[in-house]
Design a binder for this molecule. Structure first.
Ligand code: PGA
Length: 253
């Protein structure tokens, strides 16, 4: 399948930033996406989950969709402080990020847990954005492809399809640091992920969206988004301001 047939996704991960007053910024993003030229790809913002409900109003009538940043593996029950995929779906999420490196590091999330979370996302009828990526130490040891292949194998459920699953390659050392891999390195990593997806899921593997994440900003978005097998971006810091995020949305061709 030619790359041009895979519709890009530009997703913003607001992390632990977002209260009701930030709705202004979201409205600016939504308004910009209503204007020509319309975004070529899908646009998603994943704010902290407590604002999903009020933020729904802000994106109404625009192509911007909302998502969650994490979920529990269960639908409901005695899990103090947790939120389920069903709950996020109930208040308007269309996708949920799972296995972000900050969750893997701060909360000790393993591939097995990430896979169970992705299954919960699928069961709720939502899109799982499954994150993976090597640490700097692993990269320096030349283990990038080995590490991300293992994460892909173990974190992605068998029932995954190109419709319900997006893979985000985010080198841990590139997140929030202003550093990015070379275009060649991104291409190599994405090619390796593509090959493994095709091997496991057949022709559907060619259609999974592979996002790059880690210090994407207006100045590098065009180059990164034009690379083979890069079907969008997962953007942290630069998704918080419309003046940064809108040019990134527009860079997706
Ligand atoms: P960054 O974060 O764009 O701020 O590097 C990306 C992410 O963590 O998803």
């Amino acid at each position: 399948m030619p790359q041009s047939r895979v519709k890009p996704l530009i997703a913003g991960n607001w992390k632990m930033n977002g209260v009701r007053s930030n709705m202004r910024e979201l409205k600016r993003i939504a308004e910009a996406c209503k204007k020509a030229p319309k975004p070529r790809g899908d646009v998603l913002i994943c704010p902290p989950f407590q604002v999903l409900w009020p933020y729904k109003e802000a994106v109404k009538g625009s192509p911007v969709r909302l998502g969650g940043q994490d979920c529990h593996t269960s639908v409901s029950g005695a899990h103090t402080g947790d939120v389920s995929a069903e709950m996020l779906a109930d208040i308007g999420a269309t996708a949920i990020i799972v296995g972000h490196s900050e969750r893997r590091t701060d909360h000790g999330e393993t591939n097995v847990l990430v896979r169970a979370k992705a299954e919960a996302v699928h069961a709720a009828g939502l899109i799982a954005i499954i994150c993976l990526g090597e640490t700097e130490k692993e990269r320096d040891a030349g283990q990038t492809i080995r590490v991300i292949s293992k994460q892909l194998k173990e974190s992605v459920p068998n029932g995954s399809t190109a419709k319900n699953t997006v893979i985000a390659y985010e080198p841990v050392w590139a997140i929030g640091t202003g550093r990015t891999p070379t275009s060649d390195d991104i291409k190599k990593a994405h090619k390796a992920l593509r090959t493994r997806l095709e091997k496991r899921f057949g022709p559907d593997g060619a259609k999974f969206r592979l996002l790059y994440g880690g210090s994407v900003k207006p100045g590098n978005a065009e180059e990164i988004l034009a690379l083979d097998n890069v079907n969008g971006a997962l953007v942290g810091g630069a998704s918080l301001k419309s003046s940064d995020f809108v040019p990134i949305i527009r860079a997706a061709k």
